[in-house]
Design a protein around this ligand. Structure first.
Ligand SMILES: CCCCCCCC/C=C\CCCCCCCC(=O)N[C@@H](COP(=O)(O)O)[C@H](O)/C=C/CCCCCCCCCCCCC
Length: 230
C-alpha cells in the first residue's frame, strides 16, 4: 500500500510506502539497546551499525532532499562494515576493541588527515556526534506539543550538536532541508509505533539506551583524547 503525506511548509509530497512496510522506530532503537554488552558495557559494533542502517532507511523515505545527509551516513556505515569484514574484523567487534587496536597499531591520524584518513575511530566519531543530534531531536519530539514544528525542533537539536562541527555551507544546506520535514503528526505516524501516547511511552523507554551508548562512547573517546579527530 502506498500513502502520501503533504508537508505543511514545503507542500512536498512524501511517499511513505517504504516506511509503512519496513520502518518501525521501536525496532531501530532496539539495536542501540542490543549494542550494550551486559558484562562489561562494551558497545557492540554490529548492533551499532545495524541501528544506523535502520535510521538511514527512515531518512531515505523522507525524499531526495535528504539524500545528501543519508549519503554521508551510508558512506560511514560502509567504511565500518568493510573494517568488520576485513582480516582484522575481530578487532572491530566493539568500539572499545577498535579504539585499543587502532591506537596501538597507529592507525589513527591524530592531528591532520593523512595516511589513515578514514580510520574507524574518526568514522565512528562522526556518527557519534550525529547520535547526539538524534538524542536531542527525539527527546524534543517526545516532549513536544501539538503545535510544535518539526523544523524548529530539528534546527534546535542540530544547533546544539552537529552544527558545531560543520562548515557554513553544510549548516546552511541542512537548515534549508529541515523546512521540508514532515509535520509532527506525520512523524509520529511513520514511526509505526501506534498512537501518539504509544510513541511517547516507547521513546521514554528506548531513549535511555541511546543515551547510554552515547555516554559510554563519549567517555571512551575523552579518555583517549579522540574527541577532536580531524
Ligand atoms: C522518526 C524519527 C526518527 C528520526 C530518524 C532520523 C534518521 C537519521 C538518519 C541519519 C542522521 C544523519 C546522519 C548524518 C551524519 C553526519 C555525519 C557528519 O557530520 N558528517 C560530516 C563530516 O564528515 P567528514 O567530512 O568529516 O567525513 C559531513 O561533512 C556532513 C555531511 C552532510 C550531513 C549534514 C547534515 C546533518 C543533519 C542531521 C539532521 C538530519 C535531519 C533529518 C531529520 C529526520
Amino acid at each position: 500500500m502506498s500513502r502520501h503525506y503533504k508537508n505543511r511548509a514545503s507542500g512536498c509530497l512524501f511517499s511513505m510506502t517504504a516506511v509503512e512496510e519496513k520502518f518501525s522506530l521501536t525496532e531501530v532503537l532496539s539495536s542501540f539497546k542490543a549494542c550494550l554488552e551486559k558484562e562489561n558495557q562494551d558497545v557492540l559494533m554490529d548492533y551499532y551499525i545495524s541501528g544506523w542502517k535502520g535510521l538511514v532507511r527512515f531518512m531515505n523515505s523522507l525524499g531526495a532532499i535528504f539524500s545528501f545527509v543519508s549519503k554521508d551516513a551510508v558512506s560511514k556505515i560502509q567504511i565500518m562494515e568493510a573494517f568488520r569484514k576485513s582480516s582484522s574484523g575481530d578487532q572491530y567487534r566493539s568500539l572499545q576493541s577498535m579504539v585499543a587496536y587502532e591506537l596501538k597499531a597507529k592507525l589513527v591520524d591524530l592531528n591532520k588527515r593523512a595516511e589513515h584518513s578514514n580510520s574507524g575511530c574518526r568514522t565512528i566519531l562522526r556518527l557519534h556526534r550525529a547520535l547526539r543530534w538524534l538524542q536531542l531531536f527525539l527527546e524534543k519530539l517526545r516532549t513536544s506539543t501539538e503545535n510544535s514544528k518539526t523544523s524548529v525542533l530539528c534546527t534546535e537539536a542540530y544547533n546544539d550538536s552537529l552544527a558545531n562541527y560543520h562548515p557554513w555551507i553544510i549548516r546552511k544546506t541542512a537548515m534549508v532541508s529541515f523546512y521540508a520535514l514532515p509535520a509532527r503528526n506525520t512523524f509520529f505516524e511513520v514511526m509505526n509505533v501506534g498512537s501518539i501516547e504509544d510513541v511517547v511511552t516507547m521513546l521514554g523507554e528506548a531513549m535511555p539506551y541511546v543515551s547510554q551508548v552515547y555516554d559510554i562512547t563519549q567517555q571512551l573517546y575523552a579518555q583517549h583524547n579522540l574527541l577532536d579527530l580531524p
